[in-house]
Design a protein around this ligand. Structure first.
Ligand SMILES: [Fe+2]
Ligand SMILES: [Fe+2]
Length: 299
């Protein structure tokens, strides 16, 4: 399914319909949309808009990020790099909409951006690629603007239909990021679309076998933050160790990158060692939260 069909429409933040349900979503469709609606949006640094910088300081001061960002030099470098993230105004407005309406998603987007910047600094040597990675982290879930808040914040198991509506955020993100950056080939647009794909083809929306070392970084950070954070459907979050065991299991099952998981485990150690020297055990000793209804579909 390389050209997916949209099950739901795609709207801008100000409720303009960009594409209707039933549209076959190819890069050509999005290019046509961009050509028809040439809008050059003003762009601003993420950190000068609203409270993003202050909020991020607060988020990285919460465990387990306190250990990950414990080294002041590392911290400074990540924040200095993130100062360079410049986003179109409607995306910044969208991010702030989450801050007001769904704080979890707002926090998650900022943390995935910071953590993927940290890991990318270690795994990617090219500065240009690093800059792309940082932008992509901060826009990866922006398509959730096209998912009703009562689904995003639902506390009980999602129905099959609600789960499909949630999955729509990947294609919606692809279109919104392409549209606002006026570039269907923008790396952040691909990340918005592909960050739930898996190496063995078991992900969504297209079920492709993901082979992109840069998207791999965001995928791992995305799962990690989702596990350790409090979610509406799971009052108790995963303990850090259990989350890392879960990621190791997923990597050993061929779903995500073991190299990125290794880098994540290395930054989680109090005594920081280079990721290539970090030994990863595949023993599972942690306890998965009992009230976890993630992945359970209500009938
Ligand atoms: Fe997502
Ligand atoms: Fe995410």
């Amino acid at each position: 399914m390389l050209t997916p069909k949209l099950e739901y429409p795609i709207f801008t933040f100000d409720q303009r319909e960009l594409l209707s349900a039933g549209t076959m979503l190819s890069p050509e469709t999005v290019t046509e949309l961009i050509e028809k609606n040439k809008v050059i949006e003003e762009s601003y640094p993420l950190f000068t808009y609203g409270r993003a910088k202050k909020d991020l300081f607060h988020f990285i001061a919460q465990p387990p990020y306190t250990i990950i960002f414990a080294d002041q030099k590392v911290n400074d470098s990540v924040l200095k790099n993130m100062e360079k993230v410049i986003l179109p105004l409607p995306i910044l407005d969208g991010l702030y909409h989450f801050r007001r309406k769904d704080f979890y998603t707002y926090r998650h987007i900022l943390m995935v951006s910071a953590l993927s910047t940290l890991l990318a600094e270690q795994l990617i040597s090219d500065q240009h690629e690093l800059a792309r990675e940082m932008i992509a982290g901060s826009t990866h879930d922006i398509g959730k603007l096209c998912v009703p808040f009562d689904i995003l914040k639902k506390e009980s198991p999602l129905t099959a239909a609600e789960r499909e509506a949630l999955k729509h955020h990947t294609l919606a993100g692809y279109v919104l990021v392409s549209y606002y950056f006026q570039d269907v080939r923008h790396f952040a647009a691909r990340v918005a679309r592909d960050h739930h794909e898996r190496k063995d083809g078991s992900g969504y929306p297209r079920g492709i076998k993901l082979h992109d070392p840069m998207i791999d970084i965001i995928t791992v950070c995305d799962i990690y933050d989702a596990l350790i954070a409090q979610r509406p459907y799971r009052p108790e979050s995963f303990e850090n160790r259990t989350a890392l065991e879960e990621l190791t299991w997923q990597a050993n099952s061929g779903k995500i990158s073991i190299k990125v998981v290794q880098a994540l485990i290395a930054v989680n150690r109090t005594k920081k060692t280079p990721y290539s020297e970090c030994k990863v055990s595949d023993e599972r000793r942690g306890r998965v939260p009992t009230e976890n209804v993630y992945g359970i579909t209500d009938s």
